[in-house]
Design a protein around this ligand. Sequence first.
Ligand code: AHG
Ligand code: MN
Ligand code: MN
Length: 345
Amino acid sequence: FPNQKNQCFMKELTTLEEYIIRAQNKFPGATGELSQLLRDIGLAAKIISREVNKAGITNILGYEKSENVHGESQKKLDLFANEQLISALSRSNITCMVISEENEGIVRLSGESGKYIVYMDPLDGSSNIDVSVSIGSIFSIYMRPDGDKALTEEDALQTGEKQVAAGYVLYGSSTVMGYTTGLGVRLFTLDPSIGEFILSSEDVKIPEYGNIYSADEGSYNFWELGLKKYVKHCQVIDPKTDRPFKARYIGCMAADVHRTLLQGGIFMYPDSSKYPNGKLRLMYECNPLSFIIEQAGGLATDGKKRIMEIKPSSLHECTPIYIGSRKNVEKLKEFISESDETPAG
Ligand code: AHG
Ligand code: MN
Ligand code: MN
């Protein structure tokens, strides 16, 4: 028999669509276009989530023959997610161009009349697909600078500070969507039985300190001295500061940052002798997740500079990133700057 106390009544639920419309109604001058754009992304996310969940029982797994702009093999789900998101953004004339990890150049959308530019990583953490581990989608939204001029790639090269909205979808043990429009971070959880994202948290705040560090520690010998020392610091036994930290690394930035958002700590993908500029992409991985983490009260840096102040010079450029709880990121920065000041040898 259903337990009355545990029943969830409909009046207590807020769907993503309702939430976005209510938020828009608080701004009398709003045109509703950004709201529509977010709803379009929500629709694509539901379709991708459905495919992700049945990936193991269909033949969708496996490599597609083509390679993406970074020379990596593209998997079928990467292409599927890319198509779904572009198709969702093409439904209305709100988005003039899309920049995707899966497309080398800008993708111009219908009539180029839309006022928003969207960056996306349609499927983040692709190497997790075959082993049924968490993957995600990441998006970042900018205003088109001047509506009358012909669109160029230059229009898309804006600093992260100019983002008007950003978010991610995590296809994990449940599907979660998080987004910000600069007024805090909202989280929604997909109820697959009714096909709706339901509001789960309206103003998420990251703990100011956390006892988890997250990095591909197998690459330790490629790292700079400051980072090596910081990770050793995380491993010191000191109950007063909750050390040693736990190590967690999913290999999907969206998932690692989502955990960091909720539980605190630090996620790191550094520059190294293997990846001199880091591996993660500034425009569709680092900037959107930095916007989310800053809106939740955390920090995101490349070691010296705030991620969202980096002036991009190309669509697919990489940056080192250290992101998470304020106190953890500040401590990491101390280690990096101390070792920069130490003469080599
Ligand atoms: P993508 O699947 O979009 O190429 O991104 C994978 C990224 C990121 O999500 C993750 O944090 C990182 O690559 C993992 O890299 P390593 O395998 O080098 O640890
Ligand atoms: Mn990615
Ligand atoms: Mn990807």
